[in-house]
Write a new protein. Structure first.
Length: 275
């Protein structure tokens, strides 16, 4: 251990009862946890979301104290900064995987809203405080409810604790991440496939409704079907989405299991083979 780091560690140990390795381990674990929850969707206002993420990240970091890495204190700021960036990048990757589990429903609802005519109506997104379609906001809230109902939060916290053992802070560069990276890229394409599977029943029925109204207008040109088409499509889309909600939950569960499997593969990478 360098002399300066040893002196700083002795000062911290005498003043607050903890050593510099503990402080550095706390900072590295906090960087990974904060990166993971930067993509998490929490209900409420934007300032409440930011405050909630900070408090939850600090609380979870303290709760993971038994899994903190045992490091030797370093007085090299560039080395510590490199470790912090690597931990933040790993946390962001894990958080992106979590967000992908919810984006399939949002993407499906966006497709339904475009076909049903809800794109003309906007609401306030509870996450970004920006104007967003009504159906995508409903999809985000539905995905958030399913996220906790299926117990995905427990799997994520468990994977985070396991990652601190399989890939301790400072050792990410010694692991082979090529196989997990390929699985993550495949997961991106599955989000679009799952979104299409969720939205196709509603889109198909809306297409049948459009064809029916077109045939009626062809048979009787006096009918003013334009004023009937919009409310009929909006009402039908609400009814079909409500009927298909249990099936959407099942499809979302399969997508979430795939995300959890990819996350487990990411936190259990094979060691890098020395050449």
């Amino acid at each position: 251990m360098p002399a300066d780091a040893a002196a700083a560690s002795d000062v911290l140990s005498r003043s607050v009862g903890i050593g510099l390795p503990v402080v550095q381990g706390f900072a590295l674990v906090l960087a990974r946890v904060a990166g993971l929850f930067s993509f998490a969707s929490l209900p409420g206002g934007r300032s409440l979301v930011d405050l909630g993420k900070v408090v939850f990240s600090l609380s979870l970091t303290i709760a993971l104290f038994p899994f903190w890495p045992k490091l030797e204190a370093t007085n090299d700021p560039w080395r510590l900064a490199l470790w912090m960036l690597a931990e933040a990048a790993m946390g962001l990757t894990m958080g992106l995987l979590v967000a992908l589990a919810q984006e399939c429903l949002t993407f499906a609802m966006q497709l339904v809203a475009t076909q049903a005519g809800y794109s003309y109506a906007t609401s306030i997104d509870p996450n970004s405080q920006a104007d967003s379609g009504v159906f995508p906001v409903i999809g985000q809230l539905f995905a958030g409810l399913l996220f906790f109902a299926l117990g995905l939060d427990r799997h994520i916290i468990s994977a985070l604790a396991v990652s601190l053992q399989t890939m301790p802070p400072g050792t990410i560069t010694q692991t082979d991440l090529r196989a997990p990276a390929e699985a993550i890229l495949k997961l991106f394409s599955s989000v679009f496939v799952t979104g299409l599977r969720l939205s196709l029943p509603v889109v198909a029925l809306l297409l049948i409704l459009d064809l029916s109204l077109a045939l009626m207008g062809r048979l009787n040109a006096q009918l003013q079907l334009l004023t009937v088409a919009f409310p009929a499509k909006m009402l039908l889309s609400l009814v079909i989405v409500a009927i298909c909600a249990p099936a959407m939950a099942m499809v979302f569960e399969k997508q979430a299991q795939q995300v959890i499997g990819t996350l487990q593969q990411f936190v259990h990478p094979p060691p890098r083979v020395a050449r």
